[in-house]
Design a protein around this ligand. Structure first.
Ligand SMILES: [Zn+2]
Length: 228
């Protein structure tokens, strides 16, 4: 929720790279993505995290965009690995406090993850997934889609989705079809890998080394910043 006291009391800053500007960007984008075109939450939040990153690219350039994508990737890896470790520790019968001590973390730091430890990392379409994972990997999936089908088809697809049907909740299959139509590519394997499988070891284009150079990497990054 945006409130004048909370957000607008602060200066927006010179390059709009921090809250409250980033929160405004995210919420404005949600007027189309989620409230206009109704996407399921895992998809809407991935798209909005991605469009926030596109805003960074627009304002600050390619290097800042790449840095942001890396931050998302690092965040994913960090959280997924923590959930999987807690899953193992819980399986051995350790309590939250014992697990925190084992990980050299405080119980307060571990607490938000504890309820998700019984399932650990899950595909981002799974209703039981730790929400931050679909913010992070959801955005990385859209970035990967952009690389997969190219800028022209990608932007045409985004335009088609967000000027498309507003009278019902979209499915991932419908979303996929729009980008298939724009690009002429079969995205079945791509969608399966990003949305229905665990992990984030997709081939990633790291443009810092030049577009077109593919590297294999684990996914990473930041604390969930989510909003709604
Ligand atoms: Zn959002």
């Amino acid at each position: 929720m945006l409130s004048q006291n909370l957000w607008f009391a602060d200066d927006l800053g010179a390059n709009f790279s921090k809250p409250p500007a980033t929160v405004l960007v995210d919420e404005i984008a949600h007027q189309w993505n989620f409230y206009g075109t109704q996407l399921p939450n895992f998809l809407a939040e991935g798209v909005s995290q991605f469009t926030d990153t596109m805003f960074v690219e627009f304002m600050q350039g390619q290097a800042a965009y790449d840095k942001e994508i890396q931050r998302l990737r690092d965040g994913y890896t960090k959280i997924a690995s923590l959930l999987n470790t807690l899953n193992t520790l819980q399986g051995k019968g350790l309590t939250l406090e014992q697990s925190a001590s084992e990980l050299k973390m405080t119980p307060e730091q571990v607490a938000p993850y504890w309820a998700y430890a019984p399932v650990g990392e899950l595909p981002i379409t799974d209703p039981k997934v730790f929400p931050a994972l679909y913010f992070l990997k959801g955005a990385l999936a859209i970035d990967a889609l952009r690389s997969e089908i190219g800028e022209k088809s990608f932007l045409a697809g985004m335009k088609a989705v967000f000027s498309g049907k507003t009278d019902h909740l979209w499915t991932l299959e419908e979303f996929k079809k729009v980008f298939e139509q724009q690009s002429g590519k079969d995205l079945t394997v791509f969608i399966d890998k990003w949305y229905y499988q665990k992990g984030c070891s997709e081939v990633c284009v790291i443009s810092a080394f030049g577009w077109g150079l593919f590297v294999f990497g684990g996914c990473v990054s930041p604390q969930p910043t989510r909003k709604s």
